[in-house]
Write a protein that binds this ligand. Structure first.
Ligand code: PLP
Length: 396
């Protein structure tokens, strides 16, 4: 087994060397001014990645799941109504968390492979004349199915009905890889983690709160201590942290945001689109289909690929790891055994992507699937070829 190969799971991602080094640092006294020199640039960098001027960013030693919890416990009270779609494992888990916290969740069940039905949301919001719904939960990129939903449409559902509910968005597998526009979309809470678009090891929940979300904190009665944003705000203003911070990861976050901003967010998104399109062309050449139902739903960070009926997709994942030392993502929840996932987010070059496509092909051929060796690779190569004079694509 080798750890030299890139991985193709949809997070944690491959870690660029510069970030591995940024995380690996000697101990810094987190009560000294040195810490603020790491913390504040990291928070400012995240604000730029979220495209917000107005939000406060909070970073907790946690993961995306902790970010969900920070969102709901800081703003809501037991019995509060929230509206959410279930269209994959991650949207399901956020709903489950809300229910376990005693929230009253209006669930719109969608077929897995579908996105958030903004028109259905608009009907429900319009019917809620008493404005009992306090928050709308939206999973921007459902990592289990490879489906990206349109958050601007969800915002429009709130705006056209004049509904005052807050909009909470799970951007765990989109932020830093696909366009995310916190202010323009009127997102009240954005949730992410360190291990996806930020290309770091897991260990940080990265959360943005709009002024409106912050206003709801004082009246929120769900219990929280570790995730209380008021303690974070007080400590941040003094250049510190309410408890012992993961300094190395925060330094990594500072450098990760610098990397993303230096490359230019639009270039980062275009690079992800290019990688994703290459993978999708390969999938087409294999004669396979994505779980995502329509092109406008296709995710640029992960592709969930359906295998022929009766074939266990987990075998591809297990065999690729055992035979070639390369990791792909398994199917989750009701998609277990039906899809395998290729993660194409974070620090990935065309050459790396081609190696993943080639390995997936070998694994499928080994297992007897009717795939022609080289077919997917060639389709992706055609797409990745650098057109003469196109300098913008050179880096990746
Ligand atoms: C869309 C989405 N939301 C939430 C999570 C949960 O995040 P974590 O595993 O960091 O707790 C994940 C994890 O993959 C995810 O993909």
């Amino acid at each position: 087994m080798t750890n030299q190969n890139p991985i193709f799971i949809p997070g944690p991602t491959n870690i660029p060397d510069v970030l591995r080094k940024a995380v690996d640092m000697p101990t810094v006294d987190h009560r000294s001014p040195l810490f603020a020199q790491i913390l504040h640039p990291a928070l400012d960098g995240v604000k730029k990645v979220l495209k917000t001027e107005h939000a406060e960013v909070f970073v907790f030693p946690s993961t995306g799941t902790g970010g969900w919890e920070a969102a709901i416990t800081n703003t809501l009270s037991p019995g509060d109504k929230v509206l959410a779609t279930r269209n994959g494992v991650f949207s399901h888990r956020w709903i489950d968390m809300c229910q376990r916290h005693g929230l009253d969740v209006l669930v719109v069940a969608q077929q897995w492979g579908e996105g958030i039905p903004a028109d259905r949301f608009a009907e429900i919001l319009a019917a809620d004349k008493a404005h009992e719904i306090r928050a709308v939960l939206a999973t921007h990129n459902e990592t289990a199915t490879g489906v990206r939903s349109d958050i601007a449409d969800v915002r429009a559902a709130l705006d056209t009905t004049g509904h005052p509910a807050m909009l909470f968005v799970d951007g765990v597998s989109s932020i830093g890889s696909m366009d995310f526009n916190m202010d323009a979309w009127g997102v009240d809470i954005a949730v992410s983690g360190s291990q996806k678009g930020f290309m770091l090891p897991p260990g940080l929940a990265v959360v943005g709160f709009s002024p409106k979300a912050l206003q709801s904190v004082a009246g929120a009665r769900l219990p929280r201590t570790f995730f209380d944003v008021r303690d974070m705000l007080d400590s941040y203003s003094a250049g510190g942290f309410p408890y012992t911070p993961p300094v190395g990861l925060l330094n990594g976050l500072k450098v990760a945001t610098e990397m993303l901003l230096d490359e230019g967010l639009e270039n980062v998104f275009a690079r992800h689109r290019r990688m994703a399109d290459g993978v999708r062309r390969a999938v087409g050449a294999w004669g396979l289909k994505l779980c995502a139902m329509r092109p406008e739903l296709y995710s640029d960070t992960v592709s969930a690929i359906r295998v022929p009926q009766g074939f266990d997709a987990n075998r591809i994942v297990a065999h690729a790891l055992e035979a070639y030392g390369v990791s792909f993502g398994t199917g989750l929840g009701e998609l277990a055994g039906k899809v395998f996932r290729i993660g194409h987010l974070g620090s990935l070059t065309k050459a790396m992507a081609l190696s993943g496509i080639a390995t997936a092909e070998m694994a499928m051929v080994d297992l007897g699937l009717p795939i022609r060796l080289g077919s997917g690779v060639a389709a992706a190569q055609e797409h990745f070829l650098l057109g003469a004079g196109d300098v913008r694509q050179k880096a990746a």
